[in-house]
Design a protein around this ligand. Structure first.
Ligand code: 5AD
Ligand code: SF4
Length: 450
């Protein structure tokens, strides 16, 4: 057996893709290793969403080149593959700049990895092929799934047609594409059969899902979630990432009607300023987002909200930024990601003259993050004293501890027997640390989450 080291950067989609690559490679006599020095194959699964992504990959590749040289001196061969969105964006340029690289492969072509590895050095595949990669990717083996645990990602949708002016996704991941329901169900049943209890259904614009149903008509995400809830063994469902414009009535209603669907929603708003939302081509204004949140809370009063924010988008004034702060105060988020705007080559916003100075971006980001962090901690403190259902996922930090997740995606540590991993148990939350909650198994009846 040869050894493969796969390093993933960026989003959950890359984590999922890395697992699929490992599955494909296991059919080629590769096992995974987490020690790069012993790897016969090194794959960097790259992300292009923010900052100087390409430059970071080149400096990482510089280090890989040194390793490859050292192994060569011992008579060992090392293949180096650049995958992911930087591979898609840079293509052949990577081979030119870094001679240690053997293969460049874009996200739509992972099923072709075995072929590319057998080709002479310099194979590049950044096509958006007409055939569907999912139909060609190897199914994960039961043993593999078990090592991956209780909660699994399930890709149902890929690519994006929204063209937000700051974003590279429509260029690196291509046009929006939904997998057919039957194909998703087959994968879901295999995962559940191997002990998976929770799916996080993923896609770059997941709530735009419109895959073909068994009856030939397109299914919505809500309908797919209802069906996934029926897969034996599955107790929890989550989905990410959603666009406000695609938050349809049936999906809102699913948060009221579908017990397996967890009360958590990651719904990026990016900005609270109408002028900036317009310049970002987000296709909704700040009040539409507020109204949508009202509808979500009407459907599921305890829903935990999460979002993404960009500060310092070109042309963002102090007043625009204050609108973002106001929106955050109005909504109240349980968690959030926030970033300084970074110009991505080839996107419309990168061409705008009025870029915001770095110091202004930093100052705004610090203020926004302080507010979001205070909200996160307040949300966590709000669960102290309550009994919540915890899905037990893995051994905890200390012996005798098990780590799990609350319905609101909070990490929870409790003392209990290891054999209960995979169970959903009522836990009285006793204390909120900075990154985890601590609680005790509740033996009495579950009191309803407030
Ligand atoms: N600059 C900063 N943040 C960005 N994001 C996407 N593109 C950029 C960019 N050019 C952020 C958005 C998105 C998240 C995944 O990354 O907030 O929702
Ligand atoms: Fe990028 Fe998301 Fe906008 Fe699509 S909806 S272009 S993935 S930010």
């Amino acid at each position: 057996m040869k050894k493969a080291f796969i390093k993933s950067y960026g989003c959950q989609m890359n984590v999922y893709d890395a697992e699929r690559m490992a599955d494909v490679l296991s059919g080629e006599s590769y096992t995974e290793t987490d020690r790069i020095e012993e790897a016969d194959l090194v794959i960097l699964n790259t992300c292009h969403i923010r900052e100087k992504a390409a430059e970071k990959v080149y400096s990482e590749l510089g280090r890989v080149r040194v390793l490859k040289g050292e192994r060569q001196a011992q008579g060992l061969d090392t293949k180096v593959v650049v995958a992911g969105c930087v591979a898609q964006a840079e293509g052949r340029e990577i081979l030119r700049r870094q001679p240690a690289v053997d293969v460049v492969v874009g996200p739509q072509s992972y099923h072709r990895l075995p072929e590319l590895l057998r080709a002479p050095r310099g194979a590049v595949d950044t096509e958006f092929p007409v055939e569907d990669k999912f139909g060609h990717l190897a199914a994960p083996s039961a043993a593999k799934i078990q090592t991956r645990g209780i909660s699994a990602f399930l890709t149902v949708q890929e690519g994006c047609d929204k063209f937000c002016t700051f974003c590279v996704v429509p260029y690196t991941r291509g046009a929006e594409m939904s997998r057919p329901v039957a194909q998703i169900l087959a994968e879901a049943e295999r995962l559940a059969g191997a002990g998976v209890r929770e799916f996080t259904v993923i896609g770059q614009n997941v709530n735009a899902y419109h895959g073909e149903g068994p009856d030939g008509s397109p299914w919505t995400l809500a309908r797919l979630l209802e069906r996934l809830a029926e897969v034996p063994g599955i107790v929890r469902l989550r989905y990410t990432t959603s666009h406000p414009r695609d938050m349809n009535d049936d999906l809102v209603a699913a948060h009221r009607d579908l017990p397996a669907l967890m009360p958590y929603l990651h719904l990026p708003v990016q900005s609270g300023s109408d002028a900036i939302l317009d310049a970002m081509n987000r296709r909704h204004d700040a009040d539409a987002y507020r109204r949508l949140i009202d509808r979500m809370r009407a459907a599921r009063p305890d829903i935990a909200l999460s979002s993404d924010f960009i500060v310092g988008f070109p042309g963002e004034t102090d007043a625009d930024f204050e609108d973002t702060m106001r929106l955050v105060r109005d909504v109240g988020f349980a968690s959030a990601f926030s970033f300084k705007y970074s110009p991505r080559p080839g996107t419309p916003a990168a061409e705008i003259e009025a870029q915001v100075p770095e110091a202004v971006k930093s100052e705004r980001l610090a203020r926004l993050q302080e507010l979001l962090e205070a909200q996160r901690q307040a949300f966590n403190r709000g669960t102290v004293g309550r009994v919540v259902e915890v899905l037990l996922e893995k051994p905890g930090r200390h012996p005798g501890q098990i780590a799990g997740k609350s319905p609101y995606l909070q990490a929870v540590q409790i003392e209990t027997d290891a054999h209960r991993i995979g169970d959903v148990v009522p836990v009285l939350i006793e204390r909120a640390g900075s990154n985890s909650l601590f609680g005790a198994l509740e033996s009495g009846p579950l009191t309803a989450a407030a």
